[in-house]
Design a protein around this ligand. Structure first.
Ligand code: FPP
Length: 245
């Protein structure tokens, strides 16, 4: 079935966030090493990113490495960091060809120097692109972002740059890592887990959640269309009743 034709172009989400889960289990189910699952996951990243840009999605945020992921075996952390560097280096031409600007959220300063460099270079080389922003969450968690943001705001209040009673929701949004992006309308999590796991806690206040049992390496074009079609069938009320919409 051609799912693409079922998508209504007037009701596209502007921003889709994805918790890419299940690389390890996908690999295990095939009798392969976890790292092979991450490599196959990169192929899903590539396919979903290209499809999203072609459709006209303006922002896509991917949870690539959480602040908690440092607790994984050192071998796997290194493999993920190397995969990131390798992918960033390799994909810049494709990002440029597709008009995609690479951005990031999270505390980048704690990443290995070569990951920081690859990220900075990819950002620099794609900064002129305007079709879609691909935002990679790296060493990111929602609570860590809030802690860093509260520290920043407290310092501003102390220095008299902002008055305490001027700090409202809008002010906070403009201090977060995501200050340049709208909140996601749709949050996807793969692999059958139905948790948020410290992702974008502030920004998902009104997001629709889509959970699928499909492991991330198997989440490709059609699975992405299914998520968008499901989203488009929902009624988003923002606290109002149906008749007011
Ligand atoms: C979750 O699967 C996936 C991750 C923690 C890493 C996601 C990273 C990639 C797909 C590759 C790098 C990304 C980019 C943007 C180049 P899991 O390992 O938690 O799987 P499991 O829950 O089955 O063990």
């Amino acid at each position: 079935m051609d799912l693409r034709s079922e998508i209504s172009m007037e009701k596209l989400p502007e921003h889709i966030a994805i918790i890419m889960d299940g690389n390890g289990r996908w690999a295990k189910s095939k009798g392969k090493a976890r790292v092979i699952g991450h490599r196959e996951g990169v192929k899903s990243v590539r396919e979903v990113t290209e499809v999203a840009a072609r459709l006209g999605i303006k922002y896509m945020t991917l949870y690539a490495f959480s602040t908690e992921n440092w607790n994984r075996p050192k071998f796997e952390v290194n493999a993920l960091m190397n995969l990131l560097v390798e992918t960033l280096r390799k994909e810049v031409p494709t990002l440029n060809k597709n008009g995609i600007r690479l951005e990031s959220i999270g505390d980048i300063s704690a990443l290995p120097k070569k990951s920081q460099n690859a990220l900075e270079q990819a950002k620099e080389k794609t900064k002129g692109n305007t079709k879609m922003s691909l935002i990679i969450a790296l060493n990111y968690s929602g609570r860590d972002e809030m802690v860093r943001t509260v520290q920043k705001i407290a310092a501003k209040a102390k220095d008299g740059v902002v008055k305490v009673d001027e700090i409202n929701a809008n002010f906070i949004s403009n201090e977060l890592d995501t200050k340049n992006f709208p909140d996601p309308e749709l949050l996807i999590r793969t692999s059958g887990e139905t948790r948020i796991s410290n992702f974008l806690l502030w920004q998902i206040a009104y997001s629709e959640f889509y959970f699928t049992p499909v492991y991330w390496p198997a989440f490709r074009e059609n699975e992405f269309y299914e998520a968008i079609i499901d989203f488009q069938q929902r009624e988003r009320r923002f606290g109002k009743i149906s008749e007011q919409l």
